[in-house]
Write a protein that binds this ligand. Sequence first.
Ligand SMILES: [Zn+2]
Length: 449
Amino acid sequence: MTADLLVHDAYIYVDRDWEIPSGWIAIKDGRVLAVGDSTNEPEAKRRISANGRLVTPGLINCHHHMYQNLTRSFRPVTNGTLFEWLTGLYPLWAELDADSVYLSTYVAIAELLLGGCTTSMDHMYVHPKPFLIDAQFKAANEIGYRFYATRGSMTRSVEDGGLPPASVVQSEDVILEDSVRLVEKFHDAAPGAMNRVALAPCSLFSVTERIMMESARLAEKHDLRLHTHLAEDPEEDVYCQEVYGCTPVEYFERVGWATPRSWVAHFIYPKPEEISRLAHAGVCTAQCPCSNMMIGGGSADLMGLRAKGMPVGLGCDGSASTDSASLWLEARTALLLGRYKNGPHSMSARDALDAATRGGAACLGWEEIGHLRPGACADLVIWQMSEVSLAGALSDPVEALLRCGPATAGTTIVNGVPLVENGLPNLPNLNDVLKEHMKQARRIQRLNP
Ligand SMILES: [Zn+2]
């Protein structure tokens, strides 16, 4: 059988327990057809040489807020705590509309592709105008990106004891109706889907109990995944004790979210027995190493969570906490953080890469991404690094990927299509999008045009 595309002369990290030091990977119809060593290369319509470089599955981003790239490094709030950042930025985000969300999603995906990320979720929880997630799907589909939208929501404004202004929160009925609308319009449960939708109330302190419970019920009814921020900040503990009379995790359990459908962002401050309980329930965690370190408020213990049976993926998070969206950087930082915390024997580059691939796939509940076994989605990266950075790194390309650097994607393939080649995005509209993004960012940051 003739493949559509053959990537050859590669060191292939196929999966956590399978590496091919000198091999090829054949792609057909958006799937991995076969992998092999340098003998018996199949015929292919197109061949791309990796020139001996490392090829891995595309990395998976399981926590992000793409719209926030419109307010990166916003000077008035850069030295705030998480809650200070959020309250400083919410009034700006109240200016979001479909155009700015389309542009920010387009730019976010371009950035993710350059950092080797082939599937991303997005947690879009600010809805000052309708149809913002529709605009995100427009951008993702134009690019040909594998996109997992999550319908975020907030109901509690400052008047109700929450953080955001009234202009960015919505009523319960509007949220629930729009959730069903988006699922019916975009969610594709089929293997190899390009569009999926999950339900994602912003956090325990920003929505009502009814939204949490109804989201869990809708997820059961439509077979969806659930996502939220959990145990991110000590102030959340104080809030939950005051309002609900329990810890954030106890409340999470009370509203019916401790199920294998759920993955949570951060999970920094649970009690040890709470980790065990959620791990046992099948909940996954998205660690966001750069965001955690930028906030300076602690981070989940990735290997510790895994030791308790909880799958952990990685996320780059949004610009309320960090301003870069490279999953390579998140994987390297996860490695640094793990070793800094628990010593040099605690974590290897392969552990970090596994979190960025299989861990992310577990968070998203997506079996056919995060590895390159035959039948997997044809989402992969040929990594590039300067010759200077790689000089002398001869014995272990997987360790070198995260120890040396910076690394970026030389080639990023999504669904069998190269979207980055020679280190450059294959996105003909990108320059125009960047110009418009600048205009929208200036408008939202209230800078002179
Ligand atoms: Zn977040």
